[in-house]
Design a protein around this ligand. Structure first.
Ligand code: NAD
Ligand code: ZN
Length: 394
């Protein structure tokens, strides 16, 4: 703390003539969630300067993901009060001591899955769950040094997954931010911060969808549609989109679904419908909703011998999915992944480069754009099934 203050004073003196905000507390607007099942409240918050190995970011755009709503509903447990938001893009305003990978003015994407690059899991080729992550089941709502940078009405406000992007300014650890192409459109590539990468990676990296295969995707939100984009990119021959909201089918077809089914149109369980449609079971299935019953259906609908089922949806806090081991004994694989299995700091800049090279689209995922002040309207659109992604602009 003492060390950081020294640094702050120095930067303040150096920048006084340019009216820089570096080293100063910034007062700005943020959407604060004071308790579960309540609307967000637009408040003036104080954002402290970044300490050593931290970065303060001026937010430009942030998407609304179902995982944020899971905290509002209590499906994901997080300490309150909190500033949510984890799918965003912005510009570095200032950096703390020792930061080397970004500098003021850089375009960046905050990373809700950190990558320290040094721990046992970061060094493992297949893993993307850095040991420094603040993950579900034990969210602390703090930065790496165990404190917060937000204050509102005299109270300390928790961070969310190390990102907290529903704020005009946020502070993140250096291991939780990636520099991206200076030419990239932030109001689009913000989706690479969560929904797009999670879905796309679940198909191409986690399931490793194969050419000519049959896939079933349960849930056609921003993440599920991105799974479809990934299945298509991997060369799947059939992509069966499953949702109880038929209004989602047109968009699913637009991004690559070959068939769409609504479980409510059938008298029998959806897994049986899908088994019949695929001559015994699909090659790859994805649960992209966050419900135990659809996780079971997704597992059951894949082939009992070579089927691979991937859990992408976040399950409700502390609930158990009972699985008959016989379902796996015959050879099925059940797996799951956060952020599509991508190592965040390494992969996010590459995904942005791929987007700039037109290797995949993001436009179909963006249905609404609203100012931060209308965040509650944005969440209502998600809850009523009327939006895919709403982008909040600052
Ligand atoms: P979303 O709410 O936009 O989409 C969910 C879709 O599921 C909706 O279209 C809805 O109509 C459909 N649905 C709801 N109940 C259904 C049912 N019983 N049967 C069939 N369809 C049903 O959500 P999203 O933002 O796309 O996120 C999807 C899930 O992925 C959420 O649980 C979210 O928390 C999770 N998620 C996980 C990660 C990760 O890293 N694994 C990252 C982001 C989001
Ligand atoms: Zn998300």
């Amino acid at each position: 703390m003492r060390e950081a203050q020294g640094f702050i004073t120095l930067v303040c003196r150096g920048d006084r003539s340019t009216m820089s905000t570096a080293g100063k507390v910034i007062k700005c607007k943020a959407a604060v969630l004071w308790e579960t099942n309540k609307p967000f409240s637009i408040e003036e918050v104080e954002v402290a300067p970044p300490r050593a190995h931290e970065v303060r970011i001026k937010m430009v755009a942030t998407g609304i993901c179902r995982s944020d709503d899971h905290v509002v509903s209590g499906h994901i447990v997080s300490p309150f009060p909190v500033i949510l938001g984890h799918e965003a893009a912005g510009i570095v305003e200032s950096i703390g001591e020792g930061v080397t990978s970004v500098k003021p003015g850089d375009k960046v994407i905050p990373l809700f899955i950190a990558q320290c690059g040094k721990c046992r899991r970061c060094k493992h080729q297949e893993s993307n769950i850095c040991m420094k992550n603040d993950l579900p089941s034990k969210y602390q709502g703090k930065l790496q040094d165990g404190t917060t940078r937000f204050t509102c009405r005299g109270k300390s406000i928790h961070h969310f997954m190390g990102t907290s992007t529903f704020s005009q300014y946020t502070v993140v650890d250096e291991i939780s931010v990636a520099k991206i192409d200076a030419a990239s459109p932030l109001e689009k590539v913000c989706l690479i911060g969560c929904g797009f990468s999670t879905g796309y990676g679940s198909a191409v990296k986690v399931a490793k969808v194969t050419q000519g295969s049959t896939c079933a995707v349960f849930g056609l939100g921003g993440v599920g549609l991105s799974v479809i984009i990934g299945c298509k990119a991997a060369g799947a021959a059939r992509i069966i989109a499953v949702d109880i909201n038929k209004d989602k089918f047109a968009k699913a077809r637009e991004v690559g679904a070959t068939e769409c089914v609504n479980p409510q149109d059938y008298d029998k369980p959806i897994e049986e419908v899908l088994q019949e449609m695929s001559n015994g079971g699909v090659d790859f299935s994805f649960e992209v909703i966050g419900r135990l019953d659809t996780m079971a259906s997704a597992l059951l609908c894949c082939d009992k011998s070579f089927g691979v089922s991937v859990i992408v949806g976040v399950p409700p806090d502390s609930q158990i999915l009972p699985v008959d081991p016989m379902l796996l004994l015959t050879g099925r694989t059940l797996k799951g992944a956060i952020f599509g299995g991508f190592k965040s700091k390494d992969s996010v800049p590459k995904l942005v480069t791929d987007f700039m090279a037109k290797k995949f689209p993001l436009d179909p995922l963006i249905t609404n754009v609203l100012p931060l002040e209308k965040i509650n309207e944005g969440f209502d659109l998600l809850r009523s099934g009327k939006s895919i992604r709403t982008i909040l602009s600052f």
